[in-house]
Design a protein. Structure first.
Length: 400
């Protein structure tokens, strides 16, 4: 395949290059992004949802058929601009026999139902303002369902935090309600475009972040297989599968379809800001969609050697601190500080599983420590819960 690159981390190749669609689909000529694959079990078909634009200030949402050789087939637009459709995420839902589509649109978050013909049949505004242009990852949940239980969860960034919220009745937008905002992770201060994943032994998000406005990267934020509101995740930067002029990439999304091979879809960023005011937005934010076919296990923490989180004990965390699934860490380092106190009370609980921890089956140690300080836990059990005084800040580093 033209432009294909073999790297120690896996094969990298293009999926959609907008320049090739200038005449066929002019609305994609400026760029494409936020590629999200979804499987329709009723037809056995795979579809790619993505944003595309001729003018980067007027992003729109498209869907494309994808065959078993990962070739793009028919493309159709399903959401036009205005408003600007910043990012898209999608899930198939059997109870509506169609697709749940989430978009961020100029500071607001929206959810829609589309039928099998990709026609919009329902719409709800989830968050009116204050959103980034990042989209929101979505996972649907399975259980012996009743109306009191959530059947979906969404994730979205808020600068240094990844927020998650449990949803009831995602299948009926008239009855849909969202739970409170919970912090899934705190690590990087400039998190942005996001997508959620679930594999057999892990769940979490892949998220774009930027060091500055010209250096974009991607990270994984994950926990184990036990999905409850008390869980807190660990983060690590994804390795970069290439080293050339295309070094800026974001919009990461995990999929195995349609050929069954684990891969990450991502956007190559080919644009930069000129030293003058931009008036022609057809030349700004020029993205291509590419595929990274993985030769490493991105869900194995040993791939990264260390993972991180940052925990600040505000009044809410003091009364109900989160539980970390340490993902079989060999060592945990806690860097502890407090802006006002010279010493803080510290209590550490460990357990073998999240379920045991929630049921009160854990070991516990308490001490008063002078701060700033470092606490090292060698060979910890698999879960960790930390109690500390309000105002305490802990940087957690898990080593593998």
């Amino acid at each position: 395949m033209k432009n294909e690159v073999e790297t120690p981390l896996g094969r990298v190749y293009p999926l959609i290059i907008p320049a090739k669609y200038k005449n066929l689909i002019p609305d994609l000529s400026g760029g494409v992004g936020t590629g999200r694959m979804v499987y329709d079990p009723e037809t056995g078909s795979w579809y790619l949802f993505f944003t595309g634009w001729k003018n980067a200030k007027r992003r729109e949402v498209f869907v494309a058929e994808v065959d078993e050789d990962f070739n793009i087939g028919k493309i159709r637009k399903i959401l036009s601009a205005p408003p600007n459709r910043d990012a898209v995420n999608v899930a198939y839902n059997p109870w509506i026999d169609g697709f749940i589509v989430i978009t961020t649109e100029a500071g607001s978050l929206h959810i829609r139902h589309f039928n099998k013909n990709f026609n919009e049949v329902a719409h709800k505004l989830l968050i009116e303002k204050g959103m980034q242009d990042s989209g929101a990852g979505i996972l649907t949940l399975m259980a012996n369902y009743n109306a009191e239980n959530p059947n979906a969860v969404i994730f979205y960034p808020r600068r240094d935090k990844i927020i998650w919220r449990f949803i009831k009745r995602v299948d009926d937008l008239n009855l849909l309600t969202m739970g409170e905002e919970l912090v899934f992770s705190t690590w990087n201060k400039l998190n942005d475009v996001i997508d959620a994943f679930r594999v057999n032994h892990r769940f979490g998000v892949l998220v774009e972040y930027f060091i500055d406005r010209q250096n974009y990267r991607s990270a994984i934020v994950m926990s184990g297989d036990y999905l409850v509101p008390q869980i807190r995740a660990l983060s690590a930067p994804l390795p970069v599968p290439f080293n050339d002029a295309y070094s800026n990439f974001g919009h990461p999304s995990f999929t195995t379809g349609p050929d069954g091979k684990p891969k990450i879809l991502f956007s190559f960023f080919l644009s930069h800001s000129p030293p003058f005011p931009i008036t022609d937005y057809s030349r700004q934010w020029r993205h291509e969609l590419w595929v990274w076919e993985l030769s490493i296990d991105i869900f194995d923490p040993r791939t990264y050697q260390r993972m991180f989180d940052e925990l600040t004990f505000d009044s809410k965390v003091v009364t109900n601190p989160p539980i970390y699934d340490l993902l079989s860490a060999k060592r945990v380092i806690l860097k502890i500080s407090h802006k006002e106190k010279a010493e803080v009370n510290l209590k550490i609980q460990q357990s073998s599983t999240v379920a045991d921890h929630l049921e009160g089956d854990y070991i516990e140690e308490s001490e008063k420590v002078k701060v700033p300080t470092k606490v090292v836990i060698d060979n910890p059990l698999n879960t960790l819960r930390i109690f500390a005084d309000e105002g305490t800040k802990i940087q957690l580093i898990a080593l593998y």
